[in-house]
Design a protein. Structure first.
Ligand code: SF4
Ligand code: SF4
Length: 80
């Protein structure tokens, strides 16, 4: 299974600005609270618990605040 989630952007649909590496996510929730545009939503649950975020591709502006706040380096900027 591909651990990355999220694709697309408001300006370039289909291309991701940030991607979540679900395997690194601890489910701390910091990114949800940090995103100024509410572009992150809990993704599907997974075995062992936790719901890694999914990126709402039409809302994310690519500000990267979630990248900075994540203590697990589970969100990465994606080259365009
Ligand atoms: S801040 Fe990082 S570890 Fe915490 S829920 Fe978001 S992606 Fe997962
Ligand atoms: S890059 Fe910015 S707008 Fe996009 S999900 Fe992260 S905090 Fe939200």
């Amino acid at each position: 299974m591909n651990p990355r989630r999220g694709s697309g952007s408001a300006t370039r649909p289909g291309l991701a600005l940030v991607a979540v590496v679900a395997a690194r996510c601890t489910g701390c929730g910091a990114c949800f609270a940090t995103c100024p545009d509410h572009a992150l939503r809990p993704g599907p649950g997974r075995p062992g618990g936790g719901r890694p975020p999914m990126v709402l591709v039409d809302v994310c502006t690519g500000c990267a605040e979630c990248v900075e706040i994540c203590p697990s380096d589970a969100i990465e900027e994606v080259d365009q």
